[in-house]
Ligand binder design. Structure first.
Ligand code: DLL
Length: 441
C-alpha cells in the first residue's frame, strides 16, 4: 500500500517558484558572468571562442548561447587534471573524479562557494523528493571520488537531517542500520535500492513495513516498470534524481514527489538545451535529443554547453507542485549505451520496460552482445522468480523473445536463469556485457 503524503517542502521557495521573466533575467545575468569568467580564465575556452569569432560581449540574451562552442568529455581528458579550472588551484577546496575505467579520469573541482551552492541545490532536491528536516537519511551512494555520496551528504546536513553516511555495499549491515536507526529516507541507485529491498524481504522484514517515506533514486537509467516494483517493495513513492559530475554531480535535477512527472532542472544554476545529436542544432522544447547543460554559477569549473550524451526531452508545462523550473523527462540512456542490433537502434531501458513486471521474472537482467562473423547477436539474460519451476524456464524465455521481437523489433535469444544468477550491483548496475571484439565468451 502506498501511503498518502502531503505537499513537499520547498527549501528555497523564492528561487524554486520564481516567475519566468525573473528567472530569465537571472539566467541572462549569470550566463554573461559565466562566459566572461571562463573566457578570462580558461585558455581552452578563450581559444575556442576566438576561433569562432565570439567574445563575451556577443552574449546579450539567452538565445545568444547558440554562438558559443560546445564542451565535450574529451576536453576534460585533454586538459587533465586541472587544465579547465577557472580559479587558481589553491581556491579549489574539493576534487572529485570519474573512475577512469574507460580512459583518463575526468577531474572536477569546487571552490567554497561552489560547495555552498551545491549543498543548497541538494537540500532543495531532497525536500523536493519528500525529505524533511529531522528525517533520518540513509545514504547508500558511494562516498569518495564519486560525486553521489558526498553530494547528497552535504544537502542532507544542510536540510537538517540526520545522515547515515553508509556508502554502497555491505548489504547485511545496510539492512541492520536501516532498521535500527529508523531510516525515513533512502538514497541509492535504483538497482541497489532493489537489491536492498530484496535482501530485507528475504530476512522476513520488508522495508515497506518500516518508516521509509522518501527515496530519491538515480545515477543510472531506470524505467517506470522498475519504479512500480520499487515503490511496492519500499512502501513509498520514489522519485528520479538526475545529475552528472562534469556539471556538479547529483542536484542538477530532481523529480517532485507531488507530481512525479519529470525532474525539475534547477534553472537558476543551469541552462538546459536539447540539440540534435547529429547536427548539433538546438531543438524546440518538447523534442527528444541530447541534453546540453551550461553552468550559471560555478567558479572552479564553469561548463559551457556541455554535451551530456544523455537522450531526453524537456517540458515547460506548469507543474502541480508550484515549482516553475522546467522538467527533464526520464533519460532513456546515453548515446553511448545505444546498441545497434542488426540495424535496429535500441536502449537497454526498452528491454527493462518489457521485462520488469512480467509475472514469472524477477527485476534483474543483463544484455549480452556477441559478434558471430559479421552478425551482432543479442542474448537477454533474465532471472526467474523463486516460486517458478525450472521446467518452465524455456517457455518463459520464448515469451521474452516474442515480446522483444514484437515491441522493439529485434530478434534475440533469451535465457532464463535461476534466482540470484544475474549479478547484483552495489552502485550503478552493469546492464550490458558487450563481448564484441573481446574474444571472450
Ligand atoms: O551519477 C551523479 C548522480 C549520482 C546523479 C546519484 C544522481 C544520483 P556520474 O557518475 O558523472 O554522476 O554519471 C552521470 O549517469 O550523464 C547519465 O548518463 C547517468 N545518470 C545519472 N542520473 C540518471 C538518471 C552521477 N536519473 C551519468 N537517469 C549521466 C538516467 C542517469 N541516467
Amino acid at each position: 500500500m502506498i501511503p498518502p503524503y502531503g505537499p513537499t517542502l520547498k527549501y528555497q521557495p523564492e528561487l524554486e517558484c520564481m516567475d519566468r521573466p525573473a528567472l530569465t533575467q537571472l539566467q541572462t545575468e549569470r550566463l554573461r558572468w559565466t562566459v566572461g569568467h571562463a573566457y578570462e580564465n580558461v585558455s581552452h575556452t578563450r581559444k575556442s571562442m576566438d576561433a569562432r569569432g565570439v567574445t563575451p560581449n556577443h552574449i546579450k540574451c539567452l538565445a545568444d548561447i547558440r554562438h558559443l562552442p560546445f564542451t565535450v568529455k574529451n576536453d576534460l581528458r585533454t586538459h587533465y587534471p586541472f587544465g579547465l579550472f577557472a580559479v587558481p588551484r589553491e581556491k579549489v577546496i574539493r576534487l572529485h573524479a570519474s573512475s577512469g575505467t574507460t580512459g583518463t579520469p575526468t577531474v572536477v573541482g569546487y571552490t567554497r562557494d561552489d560547495l555552498d551552492m551545491w549543498a543548497d541545490l541538494m537540500a532543495r532536491s531532497l525536500a523536493c523528493a519528500g525529505a524533511r528536516p529531522g528525517d533520518v537519511v540513509h545514504n547508500a551512494l558511494g562516498y569518495g571520488l564519486f560525486t553521489g555520496g558526498l553530494g547528497f551528504h552535504g544537502g542532507a546536513e544542510r536540510l537538517g537531517c540526520t545522515v547515515t553516511p553508509i556508502s554502497g555495499g555491505g548489504t547485511e549491515r545496510q539492512i541492520k542500520l536501516l532498521r535500527d536507526f529508523g531510516a525515513q529516507v533512502l538514497i541509492a541507485t535504483p538497482s541497489y535500492a532493489l537489491h536492498l529491498a530484496e535482501a530485507a524481504a528475504l530476512q522476513g522484514e520488508p522495508l515497506a513495513d518500516g518508516p521509509l517515506h522518501a527515496a530519491p533514486l538515480g545515477g543510472e537509467p531506470w524505467t517506470d516498470s522498475l519504479r512500480r516494483q520499487l515503490d511496492e517493495m519500499l512502501g513509498l513513492q520514489s522519485v528520479d534524481s538526475y545529475g552528472l559530475s562534469e556539471i556538479i554531480g547529483p542536484g542538477v535535477a530532481m523529480e517532485c514527489r507531488d507530481a512525479r512527472d519529470g525532474a525539475h532542472g534547477w534553472e537558476d544554476a543551469f541552462l538546459f538545451e536539447i540539440i540534435d545529436p547529429e547536427s548539433g542544432e538546438p531543438l524546440p522544447v518538447g523534442e527528444t535529443g541530447e541534453l546540453v547543460i551550461t553552468t550559471l554559477t560555478k567558479q572552479a569549473l564553469p561548463m559551457i554547453r556541455y554535451r551530456t550524451r544523455d537522450i531526453t526531452s524537456l517540458t515547460d508545462e506548469p507543474c502541480a507542485c508550484g515549482r516553475t523550473h522546467l522538467r527533464i523527462r526520464r533519460v532513456t540512456g546515453r548515446n553511448d549505451d545505444m546498441l545497434i542490433i542488426r540495424g535496429v537502434n535500441m536502449f537497454p531501458t526498452q528491454v527493462e520496460a518489457l521485462l520488469v513486471g512480467m509475472e514469472d521474472l524477477a527485476p534483474h537482467y543483463q544484455l549480452v552482445v556477441r559478434r558471430d562473423g559479421t552478425m551482432d547477436n543479442l542474448t537477454i539474460e533474465a532471472e526467474a522468480r523463486p516460486d517458478v519451476s525450472a521446467d518452465d524456464y524455456p517457455k518463459i524465455a520464448k515469451k521474452v523473445e516474442n515480446h522483444i521481437k514484437t515491441m522493439i523489433g529485434v530478434s534475440c535469444r533469451a535465457m532464463v536463469k535461476e534466482p540470484g544468477a544475474v549479478p547484483r550491483s552495489e552502485g550503478k548496475a552493469v546492464r550490458v556485457r558487450d563481448l564484441r571484439g573481446s574474444g571472450k565468451d
